[in-house]
Design a protein around this ligand. Structure first.
Ligand SMILES: NC(=O)c1ccc[n+]([C@@H]2O[C@H](COP(=O)([O-])OP(=O)(O)OC[C@H]3O[C@@H](n4cnc5c(N)ncnc54)[C@H](OP(=O)(O)O)[C@@H]3O)[C@@H](O)[C@H]2O)c1
Length: 306
């Protein structure tokens, strides 16, 4: 009888999607865990660190300048330590990972958050160094973060959360290297989720809409990015608070979720991505404000060339 029960459960687990409900890894409560966050000096990363610490986690704050990380560590008090690492530097990330393990005894959760926005240029006009540096930070920086921390996360059967964006499936007009990176991050999270399942480790991506941080205000200060923004419905470009975004990311970690979406409208758009992708690209092609922004970006580039 018990044998029949076990065979039935094995059969149920083999059914895609349904099976995962019956074989889901246990919840990962943050209380007492060690969370390694990149880009923790400000914006979403700092808020994730604050919120994880408030839920009882010890936090390894990782970033390229120690000063603001140390200020945040002092604000949080016990259970917070800072580590200097630029995510373009694999050796520095390894030192940060080793330092976090030495300070806290291990790493349960990695949040690959550090990111930048590129200048609002077209693929034709952007400085090649700007394009490639964006991919270096936004995509390869996440891969390097994962690679440096993976043995520690496997040892703790933990979770890896990659901070993605709606740009993983939105059109990246005037932000191509950012969208290319976030689409790559999505694939990284999917491969990790399957490759690490046998180790009891989970991985997921957060598809986040606009957040009220420096990254958004700096990007929208550019007239071409502002023109693209004005062509989109207001509910899409209205930024959510960093607190709301951090809460969504951490709730996803606790559920070991493969996907996190925020704010509320992102989930339905993601679910209908085949349709929304086709419609969005067509709408953008025919939008006069978008076309004006592209022409203007090209004109500015050709003026500075001549
Ligand atoms: N803001 C949005 O609307 C939005 C939407 C969806 C997803 N996201 C994603 O959320 C993440 C955080 O963005 P944010 O909005 O919080 O931006 P932010 O306020 O500009 O903060 C970015 C953080 O990343 C760090 N960083 C940048 N380059 C780095 C590097 N090479 N090495 C190490 N750290 C580096 C920055 O460090 P410094 O302080 O030293 O510059 C800063 O702490 C990014 O992955 C972004 O793509 C943002």
């Amino acid at each position: 009888m018990r044998l029949a029960g076990r065979s039935a459960m094995r059969l149920v687990r083999a059914i895609p999607v349904v099976g995962s409900r019956f074989g889901a890894p246990p919840r990962l409560d943050l209380d007492g865990r060690v969370v390694f966050v990149t880009g923790a000096a400000r914006g979403l990363g700092a808020q994730i660190a604050r919120a994880a610490h408030a839920r009882g986690a010890r936090v390894a704050l990782v970033g390229r300048t120690l000063g603001p990380l140390e200020d945040l560590a002092a604000e949080l008090g016990d259970g917070a330590a800072s580590f200097k690492a630029d995510v373009t530097d694999a050796a520095a990330l390894q030192r940060a990972a080793d330092g976090a393990v030495a300070a806290f005894g291990g790493i349960d959760v990695v949040i690959a958050n550090a990111g930048i926005a590129p200048p609002s240029e077209t693929v034709a006009t952007i400085d090649p160094d700007d394009f490639e540096h964006t991919v270096e930070v936004d995509l390869l920086g996440q891969w390097r973060t994962v690679r440096a921390t993976l043995p520690a996360v496997i040892a703790r059967r933990g979770h890896i959360a990659l901070v993605g964006s709606i740009y993983a499936f939105f059109n990246g007009v005037l932000a191509a290297p950012y969208a290319v990176s976030k689409a790559g991050v999505e694939q990284l999270s999917r491969a990790l989720r399957v490759e690490l399942a046998q180790h009891g480790v989970t991985a997921g991506i957060a598809y986040l809409g606009f957040i009220d941080t420096d990254l958004t205000s700096d990007a929208f200060a550019d007239e071409h990015a502002a023109a693209i923004r004005s062509a989109a419905p207001g509910f899409i470009t209205r930024p959510m608070s960093a607190e709301a975004a951090a809460d969504a990311v951490l709730s996803g970690v606790e559920r070991r979720a493969a996907q996190v979406t925020a704010p509320g409208w992102v989930g339905p758009l993601l679910a209908a991505r085949t349709l929304t992708t086709a419609v969005m690209d067509d709408v953008l092609i025919h939008n006069p404000r978008v076309n004006g922004a592209i022409r203007s970006a090209e004109a500015v580039a050709s003026q500075s060339d001549s």
